[in-house]
Design a protein around this ligand. Structure first.
Ligand code: ITT
Length: 203
C-alpha cells in the first residue's frame, strides 16, 4: 500500500516512514508531489486540522492520503501551546527561540508541576474517500533546559523519565511517542478494513 503523507514537516515525514515500514506501507511526501501546496490550518482542534490537510491532498491526488496534526499541551499553561504549537511565539520563529520562550513562561514552575503531553491526531482518507481517525498521547515533563540532538521541534525540552525525546534514538522515540501510538492505532484499523471485510473476503 502506498500513502501520500500530507505534511511539510520533514521530521514528521521521517517518523511516518519509519513507523509504517514494518507494516509494508510506503510513503510519499506531499512536498515531492505538490511543492507549492500550503493548507490553512483554520480548525480549532487537532482533528479538524488533520482532516483539512489530508482532505486537501486527497482532493488533489485522488490517492490515499494521511495527515498528522499534533502539539505540545503544558498543564501549567492551561494546555497551551496545544493546536498553536507550530505558531507559538510567531510562525517564523526558530525552535530554539520557541523553547527559550516556553522556558521563560515556565521559570517559576517547579519540578513535578511541569507535566505536559504531546498529542497526535491522525486523519487517513482512502483512495475511495473513506475516512479513518486515530489519536495518540505521550505523557512527559518539560525540562529546565533543552537537551539532545535527535528528533525535531520541541523534542529537546520534552522529557519522558530521565531523557528528552531528542536524547532517544528514532526507534526508541517511536515506541513511546504520540505519533507512534497514533499511527499503530491507525494501522490496526486499516488492517481490519482492508485485509478482511465482514464476510472474511479480502478487499
Ligand atoms: P504540517 O502541518 O505540515 O504537518 P507542522 O509542523 O506545521 O507540519 P502541526 O501544525 O501539526 O505541524 O504542528 C505541530 C507542532 O507541534 C509543531 O510545532 C511541531 O514541532 C510540534 N510537534 C509535534 N510533534 C512533535 C514531536 O514529535 N516532537 C517535537 N515537536 C513536535
Amino acid at each position: 500500500m502506498q500513502v501520500i503523507v500530507a505534511t511539510g514537516n520533514a521530521g514528521k515525514l521521517r517518523e511516518f516512514t519509519r513507523i509504517f515500514a514494518p507494516f509494508g506501507i510506503e510513503v510519499v511526501g506531499q512536498k515531492t508531489l505538490y511543492p507549492e501546496l500550503e493548507v490553512e490550518e483554520s480548525g480549532a482542534t487537532f482533528a479538524e486540522n488533520a482532516f483539512l490537510k489530508a482532505q486537501a491532498v486527497h482532493a488533489l491526488s485522488g490517492k490515499a492520503a494521511v495527515a498528522d496534526d499534533s502539539g505540545l499541551c503544558i498543564d501549567a499553561l492551561g494546555g497551551r501551546p496545544g493546536v498553536y504549537s507550530a505558531r507559538y511565539a510567531g510562525e517564523d520563529t526558530s525552535y530554539p527561540e520557541k523553547m527559550q520562550r516556553l522556558l521563560e513562561e515556565l521559570k517559576e514552575v517547579p519540578q513535578g508541576k511541569r507535566t505536559a503531553r504531546f498529542v497526535s491526531h491522525i486523519c487517513f482518507i482512502s483512495e475511495q474517500g473513506e475516512r479513518i481517525d486515530a489519536q495518540g498521547v505521550c505523557e512527559g515533563e518539560i525540562g529546565f533546559a533543552p537537551a539532545g540532538e535527535n528528533g525535531f521541534g520541541y523534542d529537546p525540552l520534552f522529557y519522558v523519565g530521565e531523557r528528552s525525546f531528542a536524547q532517544l534514538g528514532g526507534v526508541e522515540k517511536d515506541a513511546l511517542s504520540h505519533r507512534g501510538k497514533a499511527l499503530r492505532a491507525l494501522v490496526e484499523q486499516l488492517e481490519q478494513l482492508y485485509t478482511v471485510d465482514g464476510a472474511g473476503e479480502k478487499r
